[in-house]
Design a protein around this ligand. Structure first.
Ligand SMILES: [Zn+2]
Length: 191
């Protein structure tokens, strides 16, 4: 799944990243972002991961950037900062912690915009070079499974403590009936 497909539900790209004729100025310009609408009409804009709100600007009318109401959120796990521009409403404040799937803003047409859409901008954290948002994927949600080979002197409670889990969970994962009986060399799922 692409990141932009998570930001907007049922997204449709109305203007890709790259050269285009600017719809407002009618001049050939580089478009440093992705313009998106939702085929379902859902105007919610979602946080892609746990992140921190870097910047919020509520400027419906004449902003220098033309972004109208916009918000920047940084996501450490991705080393990405995402810009949501032209929002009708921003639901978070600078410094707020957001969680994956949280609605952080509502799509709108504030600033230099010809209709309701999201302008999605993307950079590395702390960098100013724009990236093409259509090239970035969501990180997998699949849990990481880890195995451990039992050594001499190991007990289930020792292993459980080491991997921050419980004896009960270890027994469940590994189909162990008697927690007091483990063999040296036995492979156990510990995560
Ligand atoms: Zn745009």
């Amino acid at each position: 799944m692409k990141i932009y497909e998570y930001v907007v539900k049922k997204p449709k790209i109305t203007s890709p990243y790259g050269y285009r004729i600017n719809p407002v100025t009618k001049k050939k310009q580089f478009h440093y972002g992705l313009d998106l609408i939702s085929k379902s009409g859902n105007k919610n804009l979602y946080a892609i991961d746990n992140g921190v709100v870097q910047k919020v600007v509520n400027n419906q009318s004449k902003s220098k950037t033309g972004y109208g109401n916009y918000v920047w959120i940084r996501y450490k796990n991705y080393n990405l900062s995402l810009l949501f521009a032209h929002c009708s409403k921003i639901l978070v404040k600078k410094g707020d912690k957001v969680t994956k799937g949280q609605v952080v803003a509502i799509m709108g047409s504030t600033g230099r915009s010809t209709g309701t859409h999201l302008h999605l901008g993307m950079t590395r954290i702390g960098k100013s070079a724009w990236l093409n948002p259509s090239k970035f994927d969501m990180l997998s949600d699949k849990p990481v499974v880890v195995y451990y080979k039992v050594k001499k002197g190991d007990t289930l409670s020792k292993i459980a403590k080491k991997y921050k889990t419980t004896v009960k969970q270890l027994c469940k994962w590994n189909n162990i009936k008697n927690p007091n009986v483990i063999k040296v060399g036995q492979k156990l799922r510990v995560k």
